[in-house]
Design a protein around this ligand. Structure first.
Ligand code: PLP
Length: 440
């Protein structure tokens, strides 16, 4: 639908959007009957595809029982059950959950929890957050302040919180030829220590990072040992570690949380997207026992809240999503199809003159496009290559998630792929075939 036919303020009102009317497994169907293979899960959301009956039935059953009851008065069964489910599988040390409606709220909540933790301890001088360039943590003001995406920040710069940004851990772009991955990881992580010392350790609340960087840089996994070093540095200075797994969590990388593969546990972990798989809007901020005990043993109340926290129907939907993932062994399929997708991408694009890098974990993969493979020079952002690839892919009946490079040339255009965990070899083949047609 274009601007003159819609009353909705869409992100780019001048763009014609097809109208989505149906879903069949990994396909979305528009009002003309055209089918789109969803190779990006929307924005890494729809991990079960678009027609999972067990989730739909669980949501309907909850609606029949009780859609919603305000948490100022009640707790509810599905939210309690979902919390139990998540904590039983959470990284070590995490013991409680705060349910919200999406990723930005989860990160906003994480930042406020971290600040209140130090407030209760009497360490009120702690006021700084440190995050990374080329990261995305959401669009509310604190989450946007933590994000390191210059394009998203520009309009709001004067009203953002003062968050420092260190360099990302991005081997393809920043590892020197004379370094191993492990040596580079130490060098990249040590930037955090330098920044903590520059600010004064007694003023720093937390370091916040995406475990595997999603949309802004394109499925960038950390170099080996990076997060273990980060954990050590945070512990040395009493700084909290917040891992944003809004995109990389809930199985997307082939394990429930990306950080399991890096051998670290954060103090706070945020997730959303795949938690409700798009069947319901829901996010979660999962916190350590230490933070929970400090806040509840201090002023007793977390000074925060949203109307829809712990929403019963959203929780029932998310619990059903997580149960389906386990019942159907979908993490195993995510790992197997992730390997298959990686292999097919390398076959198709490994020698392509404009493909600089193919990377990722599980069903969280990306292809980075460059004008010159030898120098890794990105295409001119003014070409808006990513937007053209997205449009060409939609023509081909493929949903993928391309993003632009940065104006400073530190990152190129890339195409993020995050298909549902239910895909098989045929779908993987079709994704690569249609992407190839869109790119050429
Ligand atoms: N954090 C990360 C890593 C994300 O990818 C996103 C969304 O893309 C967010 C936070 C914000 O989530 P939401 O759009 O649900 O507010």
């Amino acid at each position: 639908m274009s601007a003159n036919r819609t009353r909705i303020l869409h992100r780019e009102p001048s763009r014609d959007l097809p109208v989505a009317v149906g879903g069949e497994g990994p396909f979305v169907v528009d009002s003309t009957g055209k089918r789109y293979l969803d190779a990006s899960g929307g924005a890494a959301v729809s991990c079960l595809g678009h027609s999972e009956r067990r989730v739909i039935d669980a949501i309907k059953a909850q609606l029949d029982r009780l859609p919603y009851a305000h948490t100022g008065f009640f707790t509810n069964e599905p939210a309690e059950a979902l919390a139990e489910h998540l904590i039983a599988r959470a990284p070590e040390g995490l013991g409680h959950v705060y349910f919200v409606s999406g990723g930005s709220e989860a990160n906003e909540t994480a930042m406020k929890l971290a600040r209140q933790y130090f407030y209760e301890r009497g360490e009120t001088g702690r006021r700084h957050f440190i995050a990374r360039q080329q990261s995305y943590h959401g669009n509310t003001i604190a989450a946007l302040s933590a994000g390191g995406n210059a394009g998203r920040r520009a309009v709001y710069e004067p009203i953002l919180l003062p968050v420092s940004h260190i360099a990302p851990c991005f081997e393809y772009r920043h590892r020197r030829d004379d370094e191993t991955g492990e040596q580079y990881a130490i060098r990249a992580a040590d930037e955090l220590e330098a920044e903590i010392l520059r600010l004064g350790p007694e003023t720093v609340i937390a370091f916040m990072a995406e475990t595997v960087v999603g949309a802004t840089a394109g499925a960038v996994p950390p170099a080996p040992g990076y997060f273990r070093r980060i954990r050590e540095i945070c512990d040395r200075y009493g700084v909290l570690l917040i891992l944003d797994e809004v995109m990389s969590g809930m199985g997307r990388t082939g394990t429930l949380y990306g950080c399991e593969q890096d051998g670290v546990s954060p103090d706070i972990l945020t997730c959303a997207k795949g938690l409700g798989a798009g069947y319901q809007p829901i996010g979660a901020t999962i916190l350590s026992e230490k933070i929970f005990d400090t806040i509840t043993g201090g002023s007793g109340a977390f000074q925060h809240g949203f109307t829809y926290i712990g929403h019963a129907t959203a929780a029932a939907g998310a619990l059903a999503v997580q149960q389906v993932i386990e019942e159907d062994g979908l993490l195993e399929n995510c790992r197997a199809m992730g390997e298959a997708l990686d292999a097919r991408l390398r076959d198709a694009f490994g020698a392509h003159p404009y493909v600089g890098d193919i990377r990722g974990r599980g069903l969280f993969r990306a292809v980075e496009l460059v004008e010159d493979r030898a120098t890794k020079t990105p295409f001119d952002p003014a070409l808006k290559l990513h937007a053209r690839i997205k449009a060409a892919a939609m023509e081909q009946g493929l949903m993928c998630y391309p993003s632009g490079g940065t104006a400073d040339g530190k990152a190129g255009d890339h195409v993020l792929l995050a298909p549902p965990f239910i895909v098989g070899e045929d779908h993987v083949g079709l994704i690569v075939e249609r992407l190839g047609a869109a790119i050429s």
